[in-house]
Design a protein around this ligand. Sequence first.
Ligand code: ZN
Length: 363
Amino acid sequence: MKELKTRSGVMKFPVFLPDGTRGIVRSVDSLDLEMCGIESIVVNTLHLSTKPGLTTVNGAGGIHNYMNFHHPVISDSGGFQVYSLITESKAGTIHKDGFTYKLEQDSDKKILTPEKCIQYQFKIGADIIYCLDYCTHPSAPDNIQEESVDLTIKWARRCKKEFETQLKLRKVKEDNRPLLFAVVQGGNNPDLRKKCALELLRIGFDGYGFGGWPIDDDGKLLDMVGYVAELIGTDYPKHALGIGKPENLVKAYIAGYEIFDCVIPTRDARHKRLYTFRDYERIQCIDDFEEGFYKYLYLQDDIHIKALKPIEEGCDCHTCKHFTRSYLHHLFRIGDTLAYRLATIHNLRFYTRLIDKLRSFDE
Ligand SMILES: [Zn+2]
């Protein structure tokens, strides 16, 4: 697919979305995002439901007005968040009606059902909303993978029903409705992936996401990522959830995905790790994205103390156009928050320049 129509505008493919988990892509505002060429973002349903709370976001007229970001927004289901909570801090349980969880130690226990998940997302007002799914690690035993697929399919059915109820209740017209995506689970088991994909296709959604862990222990993309894209086919948009590092984004794009989101560029920026192309102009076709097409620049290194050049020669981002490595090194050293903003702007622009290249091959 080349593009997807949403009620907040056309989403051109491929597209990279930074994670604006709590209604903010950390360190930058919506105008910075536009300046970096960011055309769409992902927000986190569970976090927004806690802070600032759904009545606050809804009262502002939805997430676009609240953040002053008037482009397509995707909200995730909260499923991955709960999965992380449960596996990392045992702060929740999974049952046939959803999840029971505690987002913060001092907060009350809450229950996230498929119906609530859809109601929350309607209140947030995103353009693409997600069905609740049950995420697993590829190394989880077969019975857990089977349970995950079973519940993911059942919950998707309930989500679609609730989605249709909400559309009627809110009298949303067909051309102004959000799109509903479902997530294909199944771990590293091709039979379960197939079962999940085919059942979800039968129920019928506007798009599909690859759920679960997309990379192996060596950081390489699992074969399952490509397999799921094949199962879904070319009639629907496919979202490679949480992908990822630049080389994995390119591989997932080749495998058939169009939508990508990841915390990596913004998180790395705050940790002084910047992405630079070895030779941007030399990349003329997809095969030119060979190993090592980019390299890291570590801003804390002493080599940058007096370096009066930009992070990347030829990069057209706000940071590279106006500031030197030396200045950024200094800002990080004194711990000024401007360092986070400038570094984040560069890394986001690195990703949108990568996307620009991929789009240019399609023209
Ligand atoms: Zn730059």
